[in-house]
Ligand binder design. Structure first.
Ligand code: FAD
Ligand code: MLT
Ligand code: ZN
Length: 459
């Protein structure tokens, strides 16, 4: 009997063709494409990753790098018979360096494991997102993840000193170390971060850590609309002089979705049109309470809750953290993840609601990272509508959304990346010369176009 390349590869690394593995590892959190990988491999160390890639390169086999599969742009989808390269067994978890504040981990360590490991000595990796239990460091860096603390700390790319990356020809690159200051020519490490698995496979990273704030306070404040939320942001910074850790927006229907799915009571006396969840550094003192009273007496805030214990803090955060899962369990969602400069967000939302929203074939649900000018625009499929009609209607309305963003110099993907799902949007935020330059880099590193083919752009 003839042996296939899959038999050959299975002699070198753990490999699965079990139908449930092909289903589970052939997709991410999106549910738009049907997973159809040829097999899934589970290399156990960086050298095995290189061996797999060299094998694929020699035989012309397409490969999809796969992390925790929580991605929201279908970047880790294998719908065309590709080989899935799961990084989940790269589980090296180093010691925290208490002097240099760094930590070296394998790509398959989850975001939450990094947090738990660092917190033992009062440190944190400040990349914090609701998917933290499942998403992996490799995936966080491949997507340059944002999350709820970007307002204070920035994106993932600011919290890495060193990266180990395998190229499709099997070369293992060591890009940077634990050294903080290192200006030796162009920085390939930063090129790899955010490249969504199309340029190389991240096998290991040295993360930069920071000191956890001693104390943080969490407030959930009911507001009339997004404009009031933006006024509150300015007030918090300039009058309140608050050091913000998070400043998140939740529209009424998102709050209602979490209350319904999770069977949670309304945190306010009555359900408000919108709410803002704020986390600030520092102690719970008179000044903070006075600030809350001030914004309420000025009519900026209708009602508010201030957490008085860690349990209360977690329970307020649950209204924000569970939006994605709650909406997902209520129906099929079409998702956009946009950003404009925060000073133009009010203008953006007004045009969105008056001129764009009516063209979408379902109800719009808005939430997101207000302090960063980043909103998640979700549209739910009406139950009576068939999915094809829904997707087509959404795609038509998206053109209006992307035009609006182009006019405002906004971003069509603030934190989730482009993957397969947002390819049609790319040209609204990136010019042809820029895309072509990245395409030339891609061709130089991966001349056969085998690494995560079809993602971000077509060659
Ligand atoms: P995957 O989904 O497995 O892959 C994502 C992309 O990275 C794919 O293109 C894949 O090919 C590539 N990739 C994965 N691992 C590697 C590797 N080791 N080397 C090279 N390429 C690789 N994102 C945010 O930015 N902010 C948020 O606040 C946020 N909140 C979320 C909340 C929920 C409930 C969910 C479900 C998702 C959320 N996300 C958020 C999206 C997602 O969690 C992030 O994009 C995350 O960084 C993806 O990590 P992952 O390990 O799941 O990657
Ligand atoms: C979030 O901030 O919760 C996310 O990025 C997830 C989403 O957009 O659904
Ligand atoms: Zn987000």
């Amino acid at each position: 009997m003839l042996t296939t390349w899959i038999d050959d590869l299975s002699q070198k690394v753990p490999l699965s063709r079990q139908p449930q593995d092909l289903q589970a590892y052939g997709r991410d959190w999106t549910r738009v494409y049907v997973p159809r990988p040829s097999a899934v491999v589970f290399p156990r160390h960086p050298e095995e990753v290189c061996e797999v890639l060299r094998f694929c390169s020699e035989r012309g086999i397409a490969v999809v790098p796969s992390g925790g599969r929580t991605g929201l742009s279908a970047g880790a989808v294998a719908a065309e018979g590709e080989l899935v390269l799961s990084l989940e067994r790269l589980r090296h978890l180093g010691e925290v360096d208490p002097l240099g504040l760094t930590l070296t981990v394998g790509a398959g360590i989850t975001n939450q494991e990094v947090h738990q490991h660092s917190e033992k000595i009062g440190l944190t990796w400040p990349i914090d997102l609701a998917s933290k239990g499942s998403c992996q460091v490799g995936g966080n860096l491949a997507t340059n993840a944002g999350g709820i603390r970007v307002i204070r700390y920035g994106h993932a790319r600011q919290w890495v000193t060193g990266l180990q990356v395998a190229l499709i020809d099997g070369t293992l690159l060591k890009l940077g170390t634990a050294v903080q200051k290192d200006n030796v020519g162009p920085d390939l490490r930063q090129l790899m971060i955010g490249s969504e698995g199309i340029l190389g496979v991240i096998t290991q990273a040295t993360l930069r850590l920071t000191i956890m704030p001693r104390e943080c306070q969490v407030m959930f404040l009911a507001v009339d609309n997004i404009d009031r939320g933006l006024e509150l942001l300015s007030h918090a910074r300039l009058q309140g002089r608050l050091q913000l850790q998070a400043f998140e927006f939740v529209a009424q229907n998102c709050l209602e979705a979490v209350m319904k799915v999770q069977d949670r009571a309304c945190p306010f006396a009555q359900i408000p049109p919108a709410a803002v969840l704020i986390e600030v550094e520092g102690r719970l003192d008179n000044e903070l309470e006075q600030w809350m009273e001030q914004v309420m007496s000025q009519g900026l805030v209708r009602d508010g809750v201030l957490a008085r214990s860690s349990t209360e803090r977690a329970s307020l955060w649950a209204y924000r953290d569970n939006i994605t899962e709650s909406l997902g369990s209520l129906g099929l969602m079409h998702k956009n993840d946009i950003a404009v400069e925060v000073g133009r967000l009010g203008e953006f939302v007004h045009t969105l609601l008056s001129e764009v929203a009516p063209h979408y074939p379902g109800q719009m649900y808005l939430f997101g990272h207000l302090g960063d000018g980043n909103l998640h625009i979700n549209v739910m499929k009406p139950s009576a509508m068939d999915p094809e009609t829904f997707w087509e209607g959404c795609q038509r309305a998206d053109q209006l959304l992307y035009e609006l963003l182009r006019n405002l110099n906004g971003s069509v993907s603030a934190e989730h990346g482009i993957g397969l799902l947002k390819k049609a949007a790319l040209s609204f935020s990136r010019g042809p010369h820029e895309v072509d330059t990245v395409r030339r880099v891609k061709k130089a590193l991966d001349p056969q176009g085998l690494l995560n083919p079809g993602k971000v752009f077509d060659l």
